[in-house]
Design a protein around this ligand. Sequence first.
Ligand SMILES: *Cc1c(COP(=O)(O)O)cnc(C)c1O
Length: 410
Amino acid sequence: MCLRVDPWFIEIVSKEFMYRIGQEEIEELRCVIESRQLFRSGNAAGGHQQEVVRFEREWGETIGRKYALCLSGGGTAALICGLVGMEIGPGDEVIVPAYTWMATALAVLAVGAIPVLADIDESLSLDPLDLERKYTPQTRAVIPVHMTGRPANMQAICDFARANNMFVLEDCSQADGGSYKGRRVGSWGDAGAFSFNDYKIMTCGEGGALVTDDLTIYERALVYHDAGTAFRPYGQDLSIPIFLGQQYRASELMGAVLRIQLQRLDGILSDLRRMKNAFHEQLSDVANLRFAPGNDPEGDCGVLVAFQFDDEASARAFASAPGVEGGVPIDSDKHVYTNWTPILEKNIGHHPAVNPYNYSQNQNLRTDISNETCAKTLGILARTVYLAMNPDWTDEQLQARIACCRDAMK
Ligand SMILES: *Cc1c(COP(=O)(O)O)cnc(C)c1O
């Protein structure tokens, strides 16, 4: 009925996306549309569905945090609001891993601060030892990223950050619902940022969320995301002064889709993990086939299986063997810092006066960044192979893929 695109297109996209979506979202959207109130605030007595507010309560409970703020503008907006909440700005350095979607570094620049790159380790997330090496007294925060659903080493990162008075903002964009040592990611740092765009485990088309237990971080993010909040009823109850910000408000349509997506989340995660575990169990005896070490294999979302090889040639041979359909993450475009062209060229903002690299407060910070900054990261990414899991594979499809991996190593 709503198929206005060719079936071949649907087949291509459904292969890539891991979220599930269907009739339940349509029903929830129908209620919102029939209420005729699509804005996040509205009159409940007049039929307003309170979808965003309800999603925020449910998301906060799911992650295990007091406050959740749902946003348009995606994980990027959530990261920006988190940094605003921590009052990060000009004169501050923020450590980000050299392997992450460019938005992690973009968010730091968006608040006027300078991103300082740190290497990843074999777990494919921020190396706590390089965090220690890169730390200076100007470093106000660190953004560990749970890349491809694999949790970062939050124990070591949080311990170091607390001992040195740094904020921790978790980038959970690729790990909606994942966990580390039995607690969901996003509940370890001072705040956590999530994305619900098309490539993530949950989606509402675009959208994101920030979570925290800290009232000041939450209120500052709330004010910033709502263009200053001044005229909203809740503006009067804030414990902080009103300042002008941006406009990242979520709509009721997003909230409606997200509330259903949340109901699907644990099912998707358990299917992804079942697929990933089958690879690990059935391929553990294959000579020379090594899995990348994980900081918490049980909390890993299972978005993909990661193999590591001694060199790039072996990785590429395995990735392109018949039926394996692997990818080598050094090829993953703007997830690798050497492809962050606007940042490498320091082309930030629409006007030279709003480019943080030109701010007087930033002149003594570590603004040097080049292709050589994190060579260790490039080496690891070039000898890693990813196999993307699909939560909706049949048993036959799963077993066929596992067999192809085994054959590739013969
Ligand atoms: C997707 C992603 C983001 C940004 O999310 P958007 O919703 O596209 O703004 C940030 N960080 C990482 C690691 C991501 O994968």
